[in-house]
Design a protein around this ligand. Structure first.
Ligand code: NA7
Length: 549
């Protein structure tokens, strides 16, 4: 399809490749964009940095990597045949199983055809004269296209480990977010893990099983709840499969686009202590993120939130035998849920093992890495393997990693210097015909990403189809509409407890990154409604033009 001038609106020019749409990324978002847009007859060209499809699930191969959204939700709904034929083996799928699923989808719908792998998009410039994007890869290829879709993921740019002396380390090291495809042998070794967010919490119990000694370097204790993973309850699965579309309709009404049978509508503060405890216990037994949703005000009222936090701390103390270690593991000083809640399998209990050590690097920071291990200001901890579970430059990072230049030569880095701005998380004023999927200002990481992706791609596809039908070739966000959206996201975020933590949601984990709450926090249903309103009102907030190339 690429380079074949079959498209109806091909502009003049001598650059070798032309596509109606370039899609950056071949994870869940990119693949579905290919499928939808190709179905609509657009010539689509894709670039992907990895050698194959999968996005985040291609790279995050660390032991224990699994999704924290239930499998029956974290899967495409666009094809009933696909959802009927695919069987998940566990309630929360492992990375290998999700990667198998994505490969199955790519094969089934022939989605690799238009994707060029092992190509990282490094630059994209909008030529306002011709109304085209010129997209460049790290291999020097250039493609001209009318529309550019950034399906680059929200947690796809791991922070490089910036520890002094790492180059002198004589053992092996890896980042969870860029885990070696050939694996990393930790059997019988002294393993150090730096970082106790979701990736650390998922990998630590499995590493402890095989390591001779495991040293965990913790800066901020995380709130974590048991995932209660296992085979999918056959009765539940049968009820979903009896009418999967109806189930999807149901989940479209929940905050995050997944099932939430325990979601509450009352205040935690209205309940008696006993009733609240019983409700939290039920959430604990159900697993998932339900502990944050069993009352309506757990993420908006500090006292309600404190009750949930206290409940988790009590659970922790019941598991960890050594009171000193329990105290060191105890999260405090920020609301539960304001940093992403981890779902774990046996995390706390692992600290009862004699071969596991917990180092508080808030009290004694890591100073440098030596040839032999990790050195804090207090002492050296010998290690044969170091695992960096230190997180990502989230949400805006992967977009800002490319040189994107819009109208009047303004770059995205300039426009986002004070933090990301967007209209609906889908478009950015001054960057015509550029769409972001799960971009800053959309619900993204607060939701079931696959549900959010399907919504975004469908919305963009409908917009492009309508433009084609009306002979329109350029669309961009109105600055005033964008300002109002940014203000709305900020206003809602300020009504929640999210801004009270130093989280990657806020950009706080990357030095120098502006502190802005980057996700739309009111949930998927109101977001969808807002997007539908925009369409009903003739794409309000967007400006179209019928530029002639
Ligand atoms: P996170 O949640 O950002 O966790 C990173 C962890 O690494 C966190 O505990 C950090 O402590 C710690 N960290 C980061 N830099 C350092 C340094 N320099 N020294 C010590 N400790 C450090 O990333 P994850 O990969 O675990 O999870 C990201 C998401 O991916 C997850 O929520 C899932 O949705 C998938 P801090 O809290 O900053 O003090």
């Amino acid at each position: 399809m690429i380079g074949q001038p079959g498209s109806t609106n091909q502009p003049a020019g001598d650059t070798p490749y032309w596509a109606d749409v370039v899609v950056i990324g071949a994870g869940f978002a990119g693949l579905y964009a290919h499928h939808r847009l190709r179905e609509l007859g657009f010539a689509v060209c894709g670039f992907e940095a990895a050698p194959d499809v999968g996005g985040t699930w291609f790279w995050n191969r660390y032991p224990g990597a699994r999704c924290d959204v239930e499998s029956l939700d974290y899967s495409y709904s666009f094809s009933e045949a696909l959802q009927d034929e695919w069987r998940w083996s566990e309630r929360f799928a492992t990375q290998p199983e999700i990667l198998r699923y994505i490969n199955h989808v790519a094969d089934r719908f022939d989605l690799r055809r238009d994707i060029r792998f092992e190509r990282r998009v490094v630059r994209a410039r909008y030529d306002g004269g011709e109304g085209v994007w010129i997209v460049e890869t790290d291999r020097g290829e250039k493609v001209r296209c009318r529309f550019l879709i950034a399906a680059v993921g929200s947690l796809s740019l791991p922070k490089p480990p910036d520890f002094e002396g790492l180059e002198t380390f004589e053992g092996q090291w890896a980042q969870t977010g860029l885990w070696p495809r050939e694996g990393l042998d930790c059997e019988g070794k002294r393993v150090a893990v730096i970082g106790t967010g979701s990736s650390g919490i998922q990998s630590i119990p499995l590493l402890a099983e095989v390591a001779q000694r495991l040293t965990v370097f913790q800066r901020t204790p995380a709130y974590t709840v048991p995932a209660l993973n296992g085979p999918i309850d056959p009765e539940f699965e049968a009820s979903v499969r009896a009418d999967y579309p109806a189930y999807r309709q149901q989940t479209r009404k929940t905050y995050n686009g997944g099932r939430a049978p325990l979601a509450g509508t009352t205040s935690a503060l209205a309940a008696s202590d006993d009733a609240r405890r019983a409700t939290f216990e039920a959430a604990w037994r159900f697993g998932c993120f339900s502990l944050l949703t069993v009352y309506r005000d757990l993420m908006t009222d500090a006292d309600a939130n404190a009750a949930a936090s206290a409940f988790v701390r009590e659970k922790l103390r019941a598991v960890v035998k050594d009171p000193l270690i329990a105290d060191r593991l105890t999260p405090r000083g920020y609301p539960i849920g304001a940093k992403r809640l981890a779902l774990d399998t046996g995390y706390w209990a692992i600290f009862n093992r004699p071969n596991v050590e917990l180092v508080d690097v808030r009290a004694a920071p890591i100073e440098h890495i030596t040839a032999r291990g990790v050195c804090t200001v207090e002492r050296e901890y010998p290690a044969d393997v170091i695992v960096f579970a230190t997180g990502f430059d989230a949400i805006s990072g992967p977009l800002l990693a490319m040189d994107i230049e819009g109208t009047d030569g303004r770059t995205l880095r300039e426009v986002w210097a004070q933090g990301p701005v967007s209209y609906l998380g889908l478009m950015i004023a001054g960057f015509p015909n550029l769409f972001t999927i799960n971009g800053p200002g959309s619900p993204s990481v607060l939701t079931n990403m696959v549900a959010a992706i399907e919504h975004h791609v469908d919305w963009i596809a409908d917009c492009l189809a309508e433009m084609r039908q009306r002979g329109l070739e350029e669309v961009q966000a109105e600055p005033a509409a964008q300002t109002a959206w940014v203000e709305e996201v900020r206003r809602i975020a300020d009504m929640t407890l999210f801004p009270l933590a130093e989280s990657w949601y806020m950009g706080a984990n990357v030095p120098g990154k502006p502190r802005v709450f980057m996700a739309y926090p009111a949930g998927l249903p109101p977001y969808r409604e807002r997007c539908e309103d925009v369409v009903r009102n003739g794409y309000s907030g967007l400006r179209f033009s019928a530029r002639q190339a």
